[in-house]
Design a protein around this ligand. Structure first.
Ligand code: BGC
Length: 767
């Protein structure tokens, strides 16, 4: 087998004893916005301005720019410094988060600009993750739409609401790849796949940052958490990670690199340690890879109190040592803990940190303030009139409803249980999530209202069906882990007995997902399954509507209910969107961004696994023991595979046509299929392209996603769908860690899911 370098391998850095290639640019559906376009720098003017400003700054003022404090408002960690107003007045604070609102931010900005010696404006940050007040589906849910335009729009609207409320900066997107659904924060990302993860991340950053960061309705985005946070051992939040250089570069880094190429403004460090070094003190990640190798020009903020947590990690002896480690490693801004603010002056005196290092970080932060246009007009984001007009506007709410519908995944639909027949006269609407406003918008839902605004499924169905259908509602069960009685079962059975169909709305509470919400089981919590078992005895059609922020174990439901609709936590307009799907006003088009395991014991289970030397077999012929790589009690496959998702329609795929069975190095081939909508509904389908490299200088995954297209097909319509395959789709980190393709044979798969596709073969040959 011959090995050829791709031209993008331009330099090597040293890590342990292996030589490294640069992390590749991920192949994109759409060209990324270059940072120049987003920042529109006149760098000479900017440099001169910052030189002049920094010449006037005292060391204390400089160190103040590196400090980020949690203001009044929400608390997203367990500590807040109450004296931050004094610090602003002294000209010793660079940035604030968790203070939101045109009025509140203006008030603090006035102090910084008008009452301090140098008048340097503050930066206001916030976790606008899936909406500020108009709440969109959880990030994992949005990723399930595989609809990059919809995802970008959701981020755009979130940016508009945030910017009008005085914010300059969101701590999103989270681009941590994760293959462990026990980890509560899978809800904040885009799932298990590198390619999909990078595409979704790019769409989000484009939405937040727009095409010009100095516009008053665009905000800085943050690529977080750098890096490998999603690989927390055992899925337990904050836990250690240990991954090889190959896995780091092949799986965890590409979405981050894609965002650097797209001009993302800031990075956030991760809480975890990686191969023994906490990410916040990790010079290799922050300086060697991010800055030297990738050329990142924005600034790096630490995660919440992550600097002093290096003491608990056993990496720093005290918070002063931690501050030195963090700053020297390249973490520019210290979130909440004030370690830089308290200690760096002394560290400079002792020669532990140089003024030049501090100044480098200060400059990076001032540059972003300059690029946002804050030195020209520090108040342009804090606009009370705009805030009133933009936040929770009718258009925003309708957009949220649309994105919510697009994010839902129809996991199962037997006996045409969905859409609900128009003959139905009554629905038993049952379950702890059927009418729970507090849960609808999920975790990390910004300033989203949880009391009155969210539309529940009960309200959504009533809005949709009016008097035409009787809805018999009963909560019936609880999702709480403990303290459940089955008292509510009786009312649920009564409701079900007098109804034509049972719609059970079940899942997790919103608090079971997100940060510090890892779980050791993935079954429906509480006594929900017990209630479903009772309902099943009535032999009526059962539709299970799920709300949850992670893949669940749905074995019982899969065997026993007629239809399952995964709705995640789908935001302020959830109930209306769910009603649209249940009655067929919207034909579901979402696909899973993460495999749903059969049980926790299978974790990690993901589509791009390796074959092993003893690939799975269920062959027990001859009574011999089966020595293949398998579990004795379950198949290796997940219950629902990555990319799975049904429609009310059906799609037929022709065999794959390749423009050639051989591809030359440096060339490309086309792979096409004809997809036909053979069902009774117009509908969208996500056509997915996967590739397998059959023999490599290192073992290769059985399948990797390399492209997708989400397309609308009218009833009966056929379309030819083509993908271009070039060396870029075939490249990987080879045995010597250089990046590129190797000649040999490949399989190409095109289909409706990672486990349902057509296959063809081609060879990559030398010129
Ligand atoms: C989270 C970050 C978040 C930060 C600020 C931390 O606990 O890990 O993702 O941006 O808090 O709220």
């Amino acid at each position: 087998m011959k090995i050829k370098l791709l031209p993008l391998v331009i330099s090597c850095v040293l890590f342990t004893s292996v030589s490294q290639a640069q992390t590749p640019s991920i192949h994109l559906n759409k060209a990324p916005a270059a940072s120049e376009a987003v920042w529109k720098d006149d760098s000479k003017k900017m440099d001169a301005f910052i030189d002049e400003l920094m010449a006037k700054m005292t060391l204390k003022e400089k160190i103040g720019q590196l400090d980020l404090q949690a203001g009044k408002g929400q608390l997203t960690g367990s500590y807040r410094n109450k004296g931050y107003a004094k610090q602003i007045k002294a000209g010793h604070l660079g940035a604030i988060f968790n203070t939101v609102g045109a009025k509140q931010t203006r008030m603090l900005q006035e102090i910084a600009v008008e009452e301090t010696r140098l008048g340097i404006p503050l930066l206001f940050g916030y976790d606008t993750i899936h909406g500020l007040k108009t709440i969109f589906p959880l990030s994992l849910g949005e990723a399930a739409s595989w609809d990059l335009e919809a995802i970008e729009k959701s981020a755009r609207i979130s940016a508009e609401e945030s910017a009008a409320s005085g914010l300059h900066w969101t701590f999103a997107p989270m681009v941590d790849i994760s293959r462990d659904p026990r980890w509560g924060r899978v809800s904040e990302g885009a799932g298990e796949d590198v390619y999909l993860g990078a595409q979704v991340a790019l769409a989000r950053v484009k939405g937040f940052q727009g095409d010009d960061l100095s516009k008053p309705d665009t905000i800085m985005a943050t690529a977080k958490h750098f890096a490998v946070y999603g690989a927390a051992e055992g899925g337990r939040d904050y836990n250690s990670t240990d991954v090889s250089e190959r896995t780091l570069r092949s799986v965890y880094l590409p979405p981050f690199k894609a965002l650097v190429d797209a001009g993302v403004s800031t990075f956030m460090t991760a809480f975890n340690d990686l191969n023994g070094v906490p990410a916040t003190g990790n010079d290799y990640l922050l300086n060697t890879i991010l800055r030297d190798e990738w050329g990142f020009e924005g600034f790096v903020v630490t995660d919440y109190t992550a600097v002093e947590e290096m003491v608990d990690h056993g990496f720093a002896k005290d918070s002063k040592h931690a501050a030195e480690l963090g700053l020297n490693a390249g973490a520019d801004m210290d979130m909440v803990g004030q370690n830089y603010f308290k200690h760096l002056e002394a560290s400079v005196k002792e020669g532990k940190v140089s003024v030049a290092t501090i100044e480098k970080s200060v400059r990076r932060i001032l540059e972003m303030k300059y690029r946002l246009g804050l030195f020209e007009d520090p108040y342009k984001y804090s606009d009370i009139k705009r805030e009133k007009k933009v936040v929770l506007s009718k258009e925003n709410l309708l957009a949220a409803q649309d994105v919510a519908r697009k994010s839902m995944v129809l996991l199962k639909n037997d006996n045409k249980a969905l859409p609900l027949s128009t003959d139905i006269k009554s629905i038993a609407l049952i379950g702890p999530l059927a009418d729970s406003k507090a849960d609808m918008i999920g975790s990390w839902a910004g300033l989203g209202d949880r009391k009155t605004m969210p539309v529940t499924v009960l309200e959504g169905l009533e809005n949709k069906l009016g008097d035409k259908v009787k809805i018999n509602y009963a909560k019936g069960a609880s999702y709480n882990y403990k303290g459940n009685t089955n008292k509510g079962f009786g009312a649920a059975m009564v409701a079900a007995k007098k109804s034509d169909v049972i719609v059970a709305v079940m899942g997790e509470s919103e608090k079971m997902t997100g940060e510090a919400s890892s779980r050791t089981t993935l079954t429906l919590p509480g006594n929900q399954i017990a209630l479903l078992r009772e309902l099943k005895k009535l032999k009526k059609p059962i539709v299970l509507v799920l709300m949850n922020g992670r893949p669940l174990n749905l074995n019982w439901a899969d065997e026993n209910v007629d239809a399952i609709l995964e709705t995640w936590f789908s935001g302020t307009m959830a109930g209306n969107a769910i009603a649209d799907v249940l009655v067929g006003d919207y034909n579901p088009s979402g696909k899973l961004p993460m495999s749903f395991p059969r049980n926790v014991g299978q974790i990690p289970v993901y589509h791009s696994m390796k074959n092993t030397g003893r690939p799975f077999s269920d062959d027990l012929k001859g009574g011999a023991w089966n020595y293949s790589s398998r579990y004795e009690n379950l198949p290796n496959t997940p219950l629902y595979a990555f990319g799975h998702g049904l429609s009310y329609s059906s799609f037929d795929y022709s065999d794959i046509k390749l423009s050639s069975n051989t591809m030359k190095m440096g060339g490309s081939i086309e792979a096409s299929v004809t997809v036909t909508n053979t069902g009774d509904y117009d509908g969208e389908e996500v056509v997915q392209l996967y590739i397998q490299d059959l023999v490599g200088s290192v073992t290769r995954p059985v399948k990797e996603l390399k492209g997708f297209q989400k397309l609308m097909f009218k009833k009966g319509e056929s379309k030819q769908v083509s993908f271009t395959i070039s060396e870029e789709e075939l490249a990987f980190y080879r045995r010597d860690m250089s990046y590129g393709a190797e000649t040999g044979d490949f399989k190409v798969f095109i289909g409706t899911a990672s486990d349902k596709n057509k296959v063809a073969k081609f060879s990559l040959v030398d010129k």
